[in-house]
Design a protein around this ligand. Structure first.
Ligand code: 5AD
Ligand code: SF4
Length: 479
């Protein structure tokens, strides 16, 4: 029989919307129950992460805590004593994948009832999802949220000692925690959180509810982390936030993203990136810093979402197509060789075909180097989900395919121009498709495959491009 389920706290989207709560900085680090450390001896864990880089960074912190306790990383989900599904809520298909995986886990529990299964991340910041999971899947032992990850040791300990199932998901963050352990997923590329949450409330987006109020880490803490990574030999850092350009606004101590980027660049890590930018807060000072420092990669992810000013207004994006194009022009003037990528949502409620064509036009105009396109997915609790939509899913799919075709034509053309030229590539490892090849990324984030020795992994090497495809290149190592 399944254990009793204890509901400690349940999230509430109305509370999550609140932006008046204050928060504090906490330098105490994590506390670990001794009984859990005893339990962890000889046991393994597996974390399956879905979604964005913020989730991957959370995985690293959770892995850091578990390894501190004595758990070892398992090679696959099927043989781990403890499994955590770290979920994403940004679109419905992300949630469907998680349900599929929860279903898979059941057979492992049937085979060995002592195994522990947990779910965390953005998806379970929604009450209706928790209600569904706890009712339908009795083999899930622990559900916790994005705001109480560092309580994982206490929660696990309780689940094990008291033989209960536990749900503990708070609606809002109360602090920024520093001095957290971390088992990084790479020894040469790292993410650094610079801010958490988002205050933009684009009308389609669930993130401001699942990740809470926008809050920046102190510049000194970020710089300390970057310096540590430099000393450890890291070749690349990515400054992470839902909206990096707004960094520092909440601190009211004069910190800005431009200043932070400049200070990180000065530390001298070979590659500095940042993710994600919102066109609203993208200042000229930021562009000047990108232009000034060779180690700030000339690659900006600048989500446009739509090329129609009317749709942008309904999305609550705070800019129109003209303003966006003005920003692109300013970037191109100051950083002529800057690569741009974007996110686009096709089929926002009641989008007309003409409005969709405005998106196509904008894409042709900007000539993106890469793009992530999505079909609009209604998210429970967001304003857009309440709009009655007159566009059929068939039309949305047709528009989606039409846009991808246009984007791919532009991207292929740009890729073809790279043939014959040599680029610095940070080598990631053996190619997934062909283990005889290595794979890595250029400064402008193009994926390159080439023949070489595994000893090059983690190094930046020159590679001449021989062949171009839309999403990857074939090259040869320049000796
Ligand atoms: N439907 C489809 N795409 C969405 N995104 C965010 N919310 C939704 C939604 N409800 C996309 C946006 C964002 C990216 C991370 O995901 O394009 O930039
Ligand atoms: Fe979502 Fe908009 Fe915030 Fe990005 S800026 S996370 S799209 S609300």
């Amino acid at each position: 029989m399944a254990n009793k389920c204890e509901f400690r706290t349940l999230p509430d989207l109305n509370l999550a919307r609140n932006r008046t709560q204050s928060f504090s900085f906490d330098y105490q680090g994590v506390t670990y129950p001794e009984s859990l450390a005893k339990y962890a001896k000889g046991k393994t864990y597996f974390i399956h992460t879905y979604g964005c880089q913020a989730n991957y960074r959370d995985e690293e912190v959770m892995a850091g805590m578990l390894e501190h306790l004595g758990f070892k990383r398992a090679t696959e989900i099927g043989n781990a004593d403890l499994v955590i599904l770290n979920t994403c809520a940004v679109r419905e298909n992300a949630e469907q994948k998680v349900y599929g995986m929860i279903g898979e886990l059941k057979k492992y529990k049937t085979a060995d009832n002592s195994r522990l299964f947990c779910i965390c991340g953005c998806m379970v910041q929604q009450k209706h999802i928790i209600e569904f999971i706890t009712k339908t899947f009795k083999h899930i032992d622990l559900i916790f949220g994005t705001h109480n990850i560092t309580k994982l040791p206490q929660m696990l300990d309780e689940v094990i000692r008291r033989r209960i199932r536990l749900v503990d998901v708070e609606s809002s963050p109360t602090k920024i925690e520093e001095n957290l352990p971390s088992s990084r997923l790479s020894s040469f590329k790292a993410f650094i959180n610079i801010s958490y949450g988002c205050d933009k409330f684009c009308t389609y987006c669930i993130v401001p509810y699942t990740r809470g109020k926008e809050r920046s880490r102190l510049m000194k803490d970020i710089l300390e982390e970057a310096k540590e990574l430099k000393e450890l030999g890291y070749q690349e850092v990515t400054l992470l936030g839902q909206n990096v350009n707004a960094y520092g606004k909440d601190l009211k101590d004069g910190s800005t993203f431009a200043k932070l980027l400049e200070e990180v660049a000065k530390i001298g890590i070979p590659r500095v990136r940042f993710l994600t930018s919102h066109p609203w807060d993208f200042t000229e000072e930021i562009v000047d810093v990108i232009a000034k420092y060779k180690n700030v990669m000339k690659y900006i992810h600048l989500p446009v979402q739509s090329g129609s000013s009317e749709i942008l207004r309904l999305m609550g994006r705070r800019y129109d197509a003209e303003k966006y194009l003005g920003l692109v022009k300013m970037i191109r003037e100051k950083v002529p060789d800057c690569a741009l990528s974007t996110d686009i949502i096709v089929g926002f409620p009641n989008e007309t075909y003409e409005q969709f064509l405005e998106t196509v036009e904008l894409c042709k105009n900007v000539q993106y180097d890469s793009a992530f396109t999505f079909i609009y997915s209604p998210r429970n609790g967001t304003p857009a989900a309440k709009i009655k939509d007159n566009v059929s899913s068939k039309d949305k799919s047709l528009r989606f395919r039409e846009l991808v075709k246009v984007l791919e034509e532009g991207i292929s053309k740009k890729s073809a121009e790279m043939v014959g030229k040599t680029y610095d590539v940070l080598v990631e490892g053996a190619s997934e498709k062909n283990p005889e090849m290595l794979s890595g990324y250029t400064e402008k984030n193009k994926l390159v495959h080439f023949k070489g020795d595994l000893s090059l992994v983690g190094k930046i090497v020159p590679v001449k491009i021989l062949e171009s495809h839309t999403y990857s290149m074939i090259g040869e190592l320049v000796k």
